[in-house]
Structure formats: structure tokens, C-alpha cells
Ligand binder design. Structure first.
Ligand code: ATP
Ligand code: PRP
Ligand code: MG
Length: 282
């Protein structure tokens, strides 16, 4: 049975549960459940604190985990990213009161408050900056106002929390993060059960990113039409009863679907339809 760690709280928890549900796995019914078995799919889910997931996976007791890239790096645990999942995207940045710092060199000798001590200490050491790091559990934006630190380093998504605290980012982004699937470093990723799990999640990612497009066009326009809808491998082309016409079917990126439909119409394609993809194995 594959043993999988899933975030039980915070920004990762909801979207991770939704993605697993879309991939056909049973999920917990109430937020107090800490583990469930999905016998049909031969999987056991453990609902753990997002920060602890890399540690469990690195111990080898759990086969796979879903966590944030920033949390994995911060933990320093012996685990590696095997699939990015595209949700819980954020940037990790330094911030302070406007006009008090321009770049990382201004951190020399100063105090930085953060919940991600591992990332910050590593970054400062790589840049050769000697600054002290204060660990806070959360709400670090308030640390400057209350005099605990002169600078903070934190997750920025929309920037609202920083704006509300009268702070501004400075310097280069320290890292970009998103939800990821992790596995113990060096453990066999080719194991059939692991591969099946990854294929299911990849199927959800594809179903969320692509739509299926169908249309009819004249044979003379086929090359132009296919250039607009090359599909993932190659579009399906079928003859129509009306001579000189073909039906074409191809996957297209959902974000570009409306533009592609306009372009197809302009070259004479008709009966252009898009349909959602619910699941897929590429
Ligand atoms: N707006 C956001 N706030 C917090 N984390 C976010 C946000 N957007 C994305 N993330 C990502 O979610 C993960 C943080 O997960 P975590 O469960 O610790 O969130 P949290 O909401 O801060 O929970 P906690 O109350 O334990 O601090 C990180 O990988 C982070 O990059
Ligand atoms: O750029 P924004 O969209 O404002 O999002 C970023 C904020 O969200 C997180 O806080 P969270 O709600 O997790 O609280 P915490 O600080 O207690 O962890 C993070 O620590 C920032 O404060
Ligand atoms: Mg937080």
C-alpha cells in the first residue's frame, strides 16, 4: 500500500485534497481525521502539518508527500521534488519599511525575522552577508513595527499583507514556490505504484490545462488549420461525408482556446466546438 502525506491545514490543504479527489482518490470527510485508508486504490493518506511532511518522507516511513517547495528547502530534509503541482504559488522575499534598504547588501549587521529560518540562513550565507535571524511562527509583518527586527523575509502571494503593514519588498526574490510532490532522496521513483500515482496527478494537471477542440474544414485549409491546433502529438483527422471536408480533433491549451477558435473561423473552419477534459492518461 502506497503511504502518502497530505497537508492537514493552511494554504496547501484545500487544493491538495481537491486534486487528490479529482484524481479519483478517497479523501477524508472531516478535518479532524488524521489518516484514512483508500482500499480500492491501495493507498493510505496521512494528514500532517505541512512543515513536517518533508521530515516524514525523508525518514522513508511514508513513500510520498505533498508540500511546498519553500517548506521542503526550509526543512533541509533528505527529500526531493518529483512533480510540480501548479497551486499554492508564492514568492519568498525580503521586505522592510520603504526607503530603508535597496538590496541584500543592506542586510549586513541587521536583524531579519522569518518563519523560514532555513531558507534565510542559507541565502544569507551564499551571499556572504552577516545578519542575525530571529524565528517567529507567523504574522512576521508585525515584527518591524514592534521592534523585534529591522527586516522580514516571508511568503508573498498577492502582497496585501505587506501593504497593510506599510512594508515593501526589496532585492531579488529569494525563491519561487508552488505545491510539489516529494520523495525520499534516491528512493526509486520508477516503482510502479509511485508511477501510477504520478500519472493520475499529471492527468489532473492536463485536464485542468487543456480542452478538446473539434472542427470541420476544407481539405485545402487542413495544413493551416493543423498549424493552429497541432495537438500534443498530432491531431486526429477524419473524412466527412461531404467530399472535400474533414473533421479535426486536437487538444489545445484552455487559455488560448478562444483565440484559436477565432483564427480557425477566419481560415474557413466551421462547427468549432470545445469540450472539457475530465481525466486523462497521456
Ligand atoms: N498566501 C499564502 N499564504 C501562505 N502560504 C502560501 C500562500 N500562498 C502560497 N502559500 C504556500 O503555502 C505553504 C505554506 O503552507 P502552511 O500550511 O504553512 O500555510 P499557512 O497558511 O501559513 O499555515 P500556518 O498557519 O501553519 O502558518 C508554502 O509552501 C507557501 O509558499
Ligand atoms: O501576499 P499575501 O497574499 O498577503 O499572502 C502572504 C501572507 O500570507 C501568509 O500568511 P498566513 O495567512 O499563512 O499567516 P501566518 O503569517 O500566520 O503564517 C504569509 O506569511 C504572508 O503573511
Ligand atoms: Mg503561514
Amino acid at each position: 500500500m502506497l503511504r502518502i502525506a497530505v497537508p492537514n491545514k493552511g494554504s496547501l490543504s484545500g487544493p491538495a485534497g481537491e486534486m487528490l479527489h479529482e484524481a479519483g482518490y478517497q479523501q477524508r470527510r472531516e478535518s479532524k481525521e488524521l489518516r484514512i485508508v483508500d482500499p480500492v486504490n491501495d493507498v493510505e493518506f496521512f494528514y500532517l502539518r505541512p512543515r513536517d511532511i518533508a521530515i516524514y518522507v525523508s525518514s522513508g516511513r511514508l513513500d510520498i508527500g505533498i508540500t511546498g517547495r519553500d517548506l521542503l528547502i526550509d526543512s533541509g530534509a533528505n527529500a526531493e521534488e518529483i512533480l510540480p503541482l501548479g497551486f499554492a504559488r508564492s514568492t519568498f522575499r525580503f521586505a522592510t519599511k520603504p526607503g530603508t534598504a535597496d538590496g541584500i547588501e543592506d542586510l549586513q549587521g541587521r536583524t531579519v525575522a522569518t518563519s523560514y529560518e532555513g531558507i534565510v540562513a542559507k541565502h544569507l550565507a551564499e551571499q556572504g552577508i552577516d545578519a542575525s535571524v530571529v524565528h517567529l511562527d507567523g504574522a512576521v509583518e508585525t515584527a518591524i513595527e514592534l521592534g523585534v527586527a529591522e527586516v522580514i523575509a516571508d511568503v508573498v502571494e498577492t502582497g496585501t499583507s505587506l501593504r497593510n503593514a506599510g512594508l515593501e519588498v526589496f532585492g531579488e526574490p529569494i525563491m519561487k514556490s508552488e505545491a510539489i510532490v516529494i520523495r525520499r532522496t534516491g528512493a526509486d521513483v520508477e516503482e510502479p505504484k509511485v508511477q501510477q500515482f504520478l500519472r493520475r496527478l499529471q492527468g489532473v494537471l492536463v485536464a485542468r490545462t487543456y480542452v478538446m477542440m473539434d472542427y470541420d474544414c476544407r481539405v485545402e485549409q487542413l495544413e493551416k488549420a493543423v498549424a493552429l491546433t497541432p495537438g500534443l502529438e498530432s491531431p486526429t483527422v477524419s473524412p466527412l461525408h461531404n467530399e472535400g471536408w474533414v473533421a479535426v480533433r486536437a487538444m489545445v491549451p484552455a487559455k488560448e482556446a478562444q483565440r484559436i477558435m477565432d483564427d480557425l473561423y477566419d481560415i474557413g473552419a466551421r462547427a468549432i466546438l470545445t469540450t472539457a477534459i475530465h481525466a486523462c492518461r497521456l
